[in-house]
Design a protein around this ligand. Structure first.
Ligand code: ADP
Ligand code: MG
Length: 697
């Protein structure tokens, strides 16, 4: 939406002023338009409560009444308890306020005034049934009927906004209301009028009123759908334009399947590629040999052998005189890829370089030079590859492993390291096509739907710790190795890490004193991490205690047991990834999920894990339970500029938006028509910096 008065600074809104304007800025709100785009995070039903006879403790209660009497008791030097008796439609109701005197004396004075005898007020709070059976409402907010502003806050669906320090819910709500009164009518639709008609969309002013102060659930949903459609239309336009960037372009190089490297590589592999691997390699090669740059998604369950497929593609690039990049989300994984590549490429005239953020400065300079001078054929690394001084002059192909850990912006940056290069992104988490389109733009997908032969399935069970540790002992006695994994979740990362360390000591000294136990976690310096992993891989340790840093990609085929502690704290996709670290050799493997699931849903998830090892099925279940954002670990959800739209739930709107975006760009490829100008401006504003790209020049 756009409009002149929407650009007015919020500071001049009555009651805001420079100090509060600063607080608003923390919310990203600078103008009236911004506050109108600061949508509520939920809408509370604050219609008057019908009955107080069966109050649910802690449920919201909304009542209106006349004050019969009120009194204040001082409950301490700082705390006052204010009580009022109201005559309401439900009879007499006791209300209680708890107030800190020290901080907000004014607020207390006005409370006394508001509850003067005979005053009419609304109270919003929670019921606490007391011993005598008379209800007492603990009041959160109250509004005198003498002040018309109560209509903004109560007796309706009331918006609840995301807040920041210095701003109260009440204040933000009133500011939003004022901004609506002042500016909503000047809001213009950026959606072209033909689409407004075709999709019978609410006009901008109505949509804004409906999302902030809906008069009914239906109005709210119509407004939400209208705004979601706009967001999705912009997203789809952005994707189409981005795609156009590569689709009609002709690569400045071409490939021949020479087999000078591919044949010896295949012969030295030591195993036969599966049919699925051969098929996807052909799909990828066909793509690479096309004139326009490739953008392909390679999906394959954990352990399906994506690395050799990627390596085949990289070798095709190298055979043709190019350079290739393999980028991984973690250092451990990048290190492992390097080791794997070196092993598979032994004896071949291919130079592999590797670069991560922990590469020492001197060495980094040397490596960068070798990449720049073209001595390195394949470069393996982490985000460190994206830095500006890493120049890859003959770059032809970039492979991104565990794609969901990277954002559009990073993908674009990597792509821009070369001119019109091919891109292959890999993931172990399958996603439905419709979602893939909106998350990745236009990707062709290849799927490895077969595991290499001779892999006995992993036996997964829910168990207690002693059962789990008994399996560890048994397998170690048979010459195998084990992982014991502890969760690290964001909010309590430090505590979690602490507990992993403590647990390590416990396992080492009292549970397995006779075994060789090592610890690896994400906070270890990179060198040390690699050292521990390498030592474990070469059999120097029996048991590896780990945080989920081992989640992706680790490949130690002698490890046959994994114990996952507090398994209920992991998502299913993560559990599946973790579990994929075992079952990599010919021997039977065992995964013990140690957990005490408290909810039915948690139990259900773990049961599914025990029942199936099919990553696609697990992905689907996870999608149902958690929605796509979490499933794909999109840390950078913000890059999609979606405030109200939900890619998972708004499937139909998404389809409409895609159709409409395509039609729009077919007749006006650069959105230059006067009627499309606002849309074009918004598109640039939204996606230019987010994606480090926009192609509307
Ligand atoms: P992921 O798809 O999870 O990345 P990897 O590429 O790490 O899987 O492969 C898992 C293991 O299977 C590796 O040790 C790899 O060498 C091995 N592998 C890959 N393809 C085959 C095959 N066709 N036959 C036997 N082993 C294979
Ligand atoms: Mg892998």
């Amino acid at each position: 939406m756009t409009g002149e008065s929407l650009r007015q600074p919020i500071q001049y809104l009555k009651g805001v002023g420079p100090r509060r304007a600063l607080f608003f800025e923390h919310l990203g709100v600078k103008t009236l338009g911004d506050i109108l785009a600061h949508y509520p995070r939920l809408w509370q039903d604050r219609h008057e409560t019908r009955s107080l006879s069966l109050p649910t403790p802690s449920a919201l209660v909304v009542v209106r009444g006349r004050v019969l009497r009120a009194a204040t008791h001082h409950a301490g030097p700082r705390l006052a308890i204010h009580k009022a008796t109201l005559a309401t439609a439900h009879g007499k109701v006791e209300c209680v306020w708890f107030k800190h005197l020290s901080r907000r004396y004014d607020a207390f004075a006005s409370l006394k005034k508001d509850t003067a005898d005979g005053a009419d007020i609304w109270v919003i709070g929670h019921v606490e049934p007391d011993l005598t059976g008379i209800h007492e409402i603990r009041v959160d907010e109250h509004y005198p009927l003498s002040d018309e502003r109560w209509r903004i806050h109560v007796g309706r669906l009331t918006p609840i906004y995301p807040l920041t320090k210095g701003l109260s819910q009440r204040f933000v709500r009133e500011a939003a209301h004022k901004a609506l009164e002042l500016a909503a009518d000047t809001a213009r639709d950026i959606v072209p009028s033909e689409l407004m008609l075709k999709r019978t969309l609410l006009a901008a002013p109505q949509a804004l009123r409906g999302i902030h102060f809906p008069r009914s659930e239906a109005e709210l949903e119509a407004a939400r759908a209208r705004l979601a459609y706009e967001e999705l239309l912009l997203l789809e336009l952005a994707w189409i334009l981005k795609r156009r960037q590569t689709r009609d372009l002709i690569k400045p190089f071409s490939y021949d399947i020479k087999r000078t490297l591919l044949s010896p590589f295949r012969q030295a592999l030591g195993f036969e590629l599966t049919h699925a691997q051969k098929r996807v390699i052909n799909e990828i090669f066909d793509d690479m040999r096309r004139a326009s740059p490739m953008t392909r998604l390679l999906q394959g369950d954990v352990g399906s052998g994506k690395t050799v497929v990627a390596l085949s593609a990289l070798l095709l690039a190298v055979e043709n005189g190019g350079q290739g990049v393999l980028m991984a989300p973690t250092e451990i994984l990048a290190d492992q890829h390097r080791t794997t590549l070196e092993r598979f490429l032994k004896g071949l005239p291919v130079t592999v370089a590797s670069l991560t953020s922990r590469t020492p400065k001197k060495e980094r300079e040397r490596i960068i030079a070798s990449i720049r001078d073209g001595d390195a054929d394949i470069v393996v690394g982490t985000h460190a590859l994206l830095e500006g001084d890493v120049m890859i002059p003959r770059l032809r192909l970039a492979v991104i492993d565990e794609q969901h850990r990277f954002g559009v912006r990073q993908r674009t940056t990597l792509r821009q390291k070369g001119s019109l290069i091919d891109l292959l992104v890999m993931t172990a988490t399958p996603i439905p096509r419709t979602l893939a389109l909106s998350l990745y733009g236009d990707l062709e997908a290849s799927t490895i739907d077969e595991l290499p032969p001779g892999r006995p399935p992993i036996k997964t069970c829910l168990s207690n710790e002693s059962e789990a540790f008994a399996t560890v002992r048994r397998e170690v006695a048979a010459g195998r190795q084990a992982y014991v994994v502890y969760p690290i979740i964001e909010e309590s990362a430090r505590l979690d890490l602490q507990s992993a360390k403590t647990e390590f000591k416990r396992l080492k000294t009292s549970v397995f004193p006779d075994l060789k136990v090592a610890l690896v976690h994400g906070a270890l310096p990179g060198k040390l991490k690699t050292k521990v992993m390498t030592a474990f891989a070469s059999g120097e340790f029996d048991v590896l205690v780990a945080t989920p840093v081992i989640e992706v990609g680790i490949d130690v085929s002698n490890a046959t047991v994994m114990v996952i502690q507090n398994a209920d704290r992991f998502g299913m996709a993560s559990l599946h990834q973790l579990r994929g670290r075992i079952g990599r050799g010919a021997s039977e493997s065992f995964c013990h999920l140690v957990a005490d699931p408290h909810t039915a849903q948690a139990k259900h998830r773990l049961d599914i894990m025990a029942a199936t090892s099919d990553g696609f099925r697990i992905g689907e279940e996870d999608l149902k339970l958690r929605g796509p954002g979490e499933l794909m670990g999109i840390a950078q959800h913000g890059e999609l500029a979606l405030a109200v739209a939900d890619l998972f739930k708004d499937g139909e709107l998404l389809r409409f938006a895609r159709e409409d975006a395509e039609a729009l760009l077919r007749c006006d490829p650069k959105l230059l028509a006067p009627g499309h100008k606002p849309l074009r401006e918004r598109l640039i504003a939204l996606y230019q910096s987010r994606w480090n790209w926009i192609d509307l020049a």
